[in-house]
Design a protein around this ligand. Sequence first.
Ligand SMILES: O=P(O)(O)OC[C@H]1O[C@@H](O)[C@H](O)[C@@H](O)[C@@H]1O
Length: 280
Amino acid sequence: MNPSKNDALVTLRAPDGAQATVSLHGGQLLSWIPAGGEEQLYASPLSVPAAGSALRGGVPVIFPQFALQGPYPRHGIARTRTWSLVQREQGVQGDALAVLRLEDDADTLRLWPHAFALELTVRIAGSRLEMELAVENRGEARFSFQAALHSYWRVQDLGRVQIEGLQDRRYCESDTGLEGVQHSHRLELLPGKAIDRIVYGPASTLRLVELGEATTRRLLIESEGFDDVVVWNPGADHGLPDLPAADWQHFVCVEAAQIEHPPVLEPGDEWVARQALTAR
Ligand SMILES: O=P(O)(O)OC[C@H]1O[C@@H](O)[C@H](O)[C@@H](O)[C@@H]1O
């Protein structure tokens, strides 16, 4: 990501040195550096904010549709819109937080005919990041939706990465429709080979583990309210114009998601889900 081309960045700094950057374009967390630690998120250097398009990297918000599982724009309408900053606090509780909001307007109503509000809260302190997504029905008719926090976790070398905690869960490969059950505790990624898998609930605590020469990096991923998880990497033959050719090996998406059972919201009702990350 080229920050100089993005004048809508909100930076957060906690008293202990933890830092984060959020883009109003897409309401998207782009960077998270735990106190005394290293960047945890991948953001493509070829991705620039542009009206109607999504940034590649960080944590795009998927709402109200996952991928092309319905008639609306791919991954919904939130990641391509400009959000507002409604609250920013630094140091009050020893942490830093930002609250971003997106409401329906004439454009969103053309794309998805419902009155809604989304609020994304990002809070950092020490080695922890918390993200909360709230969806409110501001209209007069009920609606259902899918949602995800499409998190691009930065890794040094995808070949050394495994995801722990998905055992005994059903999955579906999005590209082939192949269904199965994840039997082993560890999902090892095959470098160069694409993976695009929805793992269905119930939610559990996951660990992203990268085995290094000298040290092992661990990211604890806890979610609440999101039943499903998407594991995605486009592989070596990705052909994505906004991703450098070799960068597939420097991230894996582990997305907290609500896909299989879309929540139904009555007028005035709210749905809230969270993910919390701890870097170790
Ligand atoms: O290129 P996009 O629209 O950002 O989508 C990236 C990927 O996002 C993942 O969530 C989907 O499972 C993949 O199918 C998709 O390719």
